[in-house]
Ligand binder design. Structure first.
Ligand SMILES: [Zn+2]
Length: 135
């Protein structure tokens, strides 16, 4: 289960509404399943960004280091599905890390529609939905 605090949630939504119609992404920082801060990051995918996202490993390591220095952890990754539902795609699963929560935000016509969170297993074969609260 994951709980996203209001300011972090608003930052996530506003970032992925801005990147629309491309996928937007970023990291979620906090502890014990509570997201206290969101860190929007550039989509580093070199193909069509309407369909996929990549977080630059350098960004991940930097944010991870900075968070730990403040006693916080990277608890997950968020990204958007422009004009698409908030499911966890096969490709999302193949690129996932099992110790992260993955929040997918569905953005339709440039506005937030709904969101789901997924927790991939260690074999990257499935990602069960987990309870998500925000705001
Ligand atoms: Zn996706």
């Amino acid at each position: 289960m994951i709980r996203i605090q209001k300011t972090a949630w608003e930052k996530m939504v506003s970032h992925v509404e801005k990147t629309f119609p491309k996928e937007g992404c970023g990291l979620m920082i906090g502890s014990d399943g509570v997201v206290q801060e969101a860190v929007p990051l550039p989509n580093a995918y070199t193909g069509p960004q309407e369909d996929f996202f990549v977080i630059d490993p350098k960004d991940l390591h930097r944010v991870d280091r900075e968070s730990r220095a403040r006693g916080l952890d990277v608890v997950g990754v968020f990204h958007s599905h422009p004009d698409c539902d908030a499911y966890f795609s096969k490709r999302d699963l193949e690129h996932s890390c099992p110790w992260f929560s993955y929040v997918v935000l569905s953005i339709k016509n440039g506005r937030f529609d709904h969101a789901n969170s997924y927790r991939p297993d260690f074999d990257q074969t499935e990602a069960p939905k987990e309870e998500l609260t925000y705001g």
